[in-house]
Ligand binder design. Structure first.
Ligand code: DGJ
Length: 732
């Protein structure tokens, strides 16, 4: 059984195919964490809790005079602030008397097949045949707060999703000062923390550090999950690599302010907590009201970081992304942003579209600049009506013409923003986030709409719906080009102001959901100045995300390599762009730009009316090649082979189809060595007993040979030279 309650030992145990998670109700109803790791059949795991007299430990009053019971050694499953656990807490409830100590004890539980939805929040989903859920109620008898911990164990993935709901059962309002989603205690601290940091145009770079005493954390206080830190951490053994060793992955399904913190305590244990960032967060909970915290997805693998990533990929592809595009090959698109920026008209767009159609491109995406008075980034945001100076025949005429070329049409919006110079701002200067008496910070010349307001959401829904129903528009790129400042909502009372950050992101989710309900076939691509909000929360609505504004192939290798720690290639928007590259001024061969974009959703973003005949021929071949290979790329398992963060000269990765009959290896030489060393790469993930033919050389070898002996990399010259190997299993 995937979820059991051993009544005699009062132990809860959740099992996935290769992992176990266990908790125990101990003295006085405290819920203690027992174990998370490789599968364990036994349920009698209470022995794992150590009772020891620790100097300076505080003992709960009801345990007196037993000095061996304290939360220094008993790891709480959902630690609370202010009692005798001094490590990072998940919950802090402020009572009407102003006090903040919180103490929750076991009340009851339920086990059922399937997985519940989370009210207003994105989350993984599963049918009754796919997963089992355990809900445990814990009550703070003094404040009346009841916490329900919700765990779902997936039957076909080594993943456990968890979140929690806090309900106020008292007659007074309570204030949630801190309500994190998950806590896991590790019995030692000899681990590394792996996280993805970055900045605009260089998102999700891999960083690994040894855990040290005290707190180490990543967070966002920008109102978006951010370019700077992705809401993900892995805890890995010091010797864990791509193929071997223990790796725990924690991924928060949330797009706003977050905190992921690991604390190494005085007894050399480590505690991870993750959830909504408690800084500037307080949620008022009226009598009877409930608050739901976002979901954390936990993955455990003994097959290294590669094994962890593949579990996330499969889970997020199958049980997070939704809609008709979830498993479909996405249209190969051309986007006009880097080709024209704001300076275009119908003729210019059609010229690009015509050329694209001849190459085999399947969708034309009109980016920023088609609406309001939008000739630069100084004006127009919020005015979601067509700029007929630029599109003289109107939107429908353009869309019809693109459709007549045999292509779909997509459009860009930046719904959450407002320009000072816009009709919307002139009509509703109070609709942006601002604090009376303080300046309104501008970023990229724009302000942020208060997405916690229903009137703002209704306006956006109506104006976007009007555009989307005015023509055959099949795709939306939803952009967001600045972070939040002066965060305050004019509609909230003083004691609810700190709810604004979270209400903002709930508003974004609500609007996305409403649009998808109204336009169920719409393909949404997320974007925030590139990958500034590339997180699992957004992927619930948008199955693909613009990975980065940096389209330089060598930068992209690293960005996409880091992104693949959590996110599948099917979610990574990737385009071939012009050289010298707009962001780095570097030139990389068109072939390499193509290979790198193929490790994503694949498309183009350059002025196709200005390319040479030779480039056109190559693009035609690229499009054909992507159509042939997309199956193994998009639905295959990804194995990272050579890490560009470790190896200055090379990056390599491969995809293997689920039935292991096909594989594609991609190799990029990041830097040329004038007297090139011999390079051989050992492949992964093949069936050792199958024989595979490498399509170019015709060489046939067993999977065992390709994996143990490896594949020779040809001599390549030039920074950014690249090659691929396509392996097909022989029919027996
Ligand atoms: C930032 C995006 O990442 C770009 O692709 C482009 O859409 C611009 N915004 C448009 O303003």
């Amino acid at each position: 059984m995937p979820v059991v309650f051993d009544e005699a030992n009062r132990v809860f145990k959740l099992d996935t195919p290769n992992t176990t998670y266990a908790m125990q109700v101990i003295r006085q109803g405290c819920l203690a964490h027992l174990y998370y790791g490789a599968s364990v059949e036994d349920t009698d795991l209470g022995y794992l809790i150590c009772h020891r007299n620790v100097s300076f430990a505080a003992n709960p009053q009801e345990e007196f005079p037993d000095r061996t019971f304290s939360f220094e050694t008993v790891p709480l499953e959902y630690p609370c602030f202010g009692i005798s656990d001094y490590k990072s807490a998940c919950l802090c409830v402020q009572m009407p008397d102003g006090t903040t100590a919180t103490d929750v004890r076991y009340q009851g539980h339920r086990i059922y097949a399937g997985k519940p939805k989370l009210q207003g929040l994105p989350a993984t989903y599963a049918g009754e045949e796919e997963a089992d859920t355990l809900e445990i109620d814990l009550k703070d008898s003094v404040s009346g707060a009841v916490v329900t911990l919700i765990y779902t164990a997936f039957r076909f993935h080594d993943a456990i999703a968890r979140s929690c709901r806090v309900q106020n059962t008292s007659q007074d309002s309570l204030y949630l000062r801190r309500v994190l989603s998950a806590c896991v205690d590790f019995d030692h601290h000899r681990y590394d923390m792996v996280n993805l940091y970055g900045k605009w145009a260089r998102e999700r770079q891999v960083e690994r550090r040894r855990l040290a005493h005290g707190k180490q954390s990543i967070e966002s206080l920008r109102g978006a999950s951010s370019h700077q830190h992705n809401p993900f951490v892995a805890i890995a053994g010091p010797n864990t690599d791509e193929m071997n060793g223990e790796a725990y992955g924690f991924s928060l399904v949330y797009s706003g302010n977050f905190l992921a913190e690991v604390e190494v305590g005085q007894l050399d244990t480590a505690r991870l907590v993750m959830g909504i960032n408690p800084t500037d967060f307080t949620w008022k909970l009226g009598p009877g009201e409930a608050f739901t915290a976002p979901e954390v997805v936990m993955v455990y693998s003994q097959e290294g970081l590669g094994g962890m990533s593949r579990t996330f990929h499969r889970l997020y592809r199958n049980n997070l992304c939704r809609g008709p595009w979830k498993h479909k090959r996405r249209p190969i698109l051309v986007n006009n942003w880097e080709a024209t920026y704001f300076s275009f008209n119908e003729e210019k767009l059609l010229a690009i579209a015509q050329q694209a159609a001849q190459l085999g491109v399947e969708m034309f995406v009109m980016d920023d600049g088609w609406f309001g008075k939008r000739d630069s980034d100084k004006s127009g945001l919020g005015d979601w009506f067509v700029n007929e100076q630029k599109l003289r025949g109107g939107l429908k005429s353009l869309v019809d013409k693109v459709n007549a070329l045999g292509m779909k049409f997509g459009i860009w919006f930046e719904p959450e923003m407002i320009s000072e110079d816009s009709d919307l701002y002139r009509a509703h200067p109070d609709w942006c986030l601002h604090i009376p008496g303080r300046g309104r910070s501008l970023s990229r010349n724009q302000m942020v709409l208060d997405m916690s307001r229903q009137d703002v959401l209704d306006y956006l829904f109506q104006s976007m719906s009007a555009i989307l129903s005015s023509a055959n528009i099949e795709y939306v790129k939803w952009d967001m080009n600045r972070n939040l400042t002066e965060v305050s909502s004019r509609l909230l009372p003083a004691d609810r102001q700190q709810e604004t950050w979270h209400r903002y992101i709930l508003g974004v989710y609500q609007l996305m959901e409403r649009l998808l309900e109204a336009f169920p076939n719409l393909l949404l691509e997320g974007c925030a100045g590139g990958g500034g909000r590339f997180d699992p929360g957004l992927l619930y609505y948008a199955p693909q995300y613009w990975t980065s504004d940096d389209t330089d192939a060598l930068e992209r290798v690293k960005i996409q390599y880091g992104t693949s720690y959590v996110y599948p290639v099917s979610s990574m928007g990737a385009h071939v762009s012009v050289c010298p590259n707009e962001q780095t001024k570097r030139s990389v061969e068109l072939q390499t730009r193509g290979y790198v974009a193929m490790a994503g959703t694949f498309g183009y973003e350059l002025d196709l009316t200005k390319i040479t005949q030779e480039e056109k021929e190559m693009m035609r071949r690229q499009i054909q090649q992507f159509k042939e290979l997309h199956g193994v790329i998009t639905y295959g398992d990804q194995y990272r082979l050579v890490d560009p963060f470790q190896d200055a000269d090379m990056a390599a990765w491969m995809f293997v189809s689920e039935d292991k009959t096909e594989a594609l290896v991609q190799v990029v030489q990041m830097r040329t060595d004038p007297n090139p060393p011999l390079r051989r790469i050992r492949l992964q993930g093949l069936d050792p007993s199958k024989r595979y033919r490498e399509q170019d050389s015709g060489r046939i070898l067993s999977g065992q040979a390709w994996m143990n002996a490896g594949i020779n990399i040809p001599e390549m010259y030039g920074d950014g030279a690249a090659c691929i190997f396509h392996l097909l299993a022989l029919e027996l």
